[in-house]
Design a protein around this ligand. Sequence first.
Ligand code: FAD
Ligand code: NAD
Length: 366
Amino acid sequence: QVTDTLTKESPGSPSYDWFQTDSLVTLVIYTKQKDINSDSVIVDHQVDSFRAETIIKDYSYIIHIGLSHEIQEDFSVRVIENVGKIEIVLKKKENTSWKRLGHPLENHNSLIPKKDTGLNYRKCQLISKECVTHDTKLFCLMLPPSTHLQVPIGQHVYLKLTITGTEIVKPYTPVSDFLLSELKEPVLNNKYIYLLIKIYAAGLFTPELDHLQIGDFVSVSNPEGNFKISQFQELEDLFLLAAGTGFTPMVKILNYALTNIPSLRKVKLMFFNKTEDDIIWRSQLEKLAFKDKRFQVEFVLSAPTSEWNSKQGHISPGLLSEFLKRSLDRSKVLICICGPTPFTEQGIRLLQDLNFSKDEIHSFTA
Ligand code: FAD
Ligand code: NAD
């Protein structure tokens, strides 16, 4: 049964079914949509509840059940993309026959606007923490085995910690480790979330995060954000304008663009920082530019030392008009911009002055 929150614009009603063998219970979700992939479904199993949230356009289809019998911690999720079917295979703890799947919990079997689903959290373990610059660290968090969650490109998660009795929540954008792959074995499964986080000595949240020990836990929310992969369709020129940790959404975008867009001619990153010491993954970016001729990177410093003989200053019409040269007269462009709010706001104004349309600009904001 579908709740009354359905509107005319909402997708066709999804449904679910289940069946069992001696040792397994398979839950099947029929989304009735074709553009469903492994990012579209988030599954959490806790002692007394099983919850699967499937994102279908701007809606969430929720399965939320108190299971009738115990299951093992891990499960598998398979998405059959061309028919929009999701299979979640649970392992029974005991090989008995289940008469029913369980009892419905909040919002079970309902399709509700995504904005109304609330942030759902699970505890993730800190696996490693490495210095990247003098104040920025790469945190690796491990999802529990009882969670299936992948953060889509351009989306962020919220981290939650209790600080002196109050729950504090801040957003962070996961990065991929592709720029590090020369140093490390690539991680093949999706159990890890990498975050590049700047620690502000006088900040509320980041000093606490920095105090966590390896093995400690932090709560991580479902992903959010309005970047759509369809913005890459037929793309020829991709321009990335990043300031400070505003670089984080660009990491996955860069990786995706260079590996998945056949029409792509060039990708240019203009990376604004205060000083040379603040530049995140500088040598990795330079190596990538050397290796892949479609990619170029330019560093702009707002507070350089006298030795710096490249670009300097803040975002400006002069810097942008020189940087944003299309590879062909009418090439399809996308400009992504992210950084401190005044930087992003000023950047958008300058891009509009340069006659780029709204569809050609994606800004990352809260
Ligand atoms: P805050 O307490 O917010 O303070 C930040 C700085 O401002 C400190 O230097 C502090 O001294 C100063 N400050 C605080 N209050 C004042 C005041 N009233 N007047 C003057 N100065 C003040 N950050 C990352 O590092 N990595 C990411 O991947 C990332 N992703 C993000 C994604 C999104 C969608 C958004 C919106 C933000 C993202 N951020 C990211 C920023 C992050 O959410 C936090 O804002 C950041 O970590 C600061 O948190 P904090 O509580 O430690 O600092
Ligand atoms: P920072 O203070 O080190 O500044 C980096 C550069 O930003 C400066 O060198 C300068 O070129 C530019 N800049 C800073 N203030 C400016 C201003 N007032 N006007 C014009 N340009 C300005 O940056 P940081 O401490 O790394 O902060 C990064 C910011 O990016 C944070 O505010 C964070 O919230 C934001 N961020 C947002 C997202 C998102 O929305 N998705 C993701 C990651 C980071």
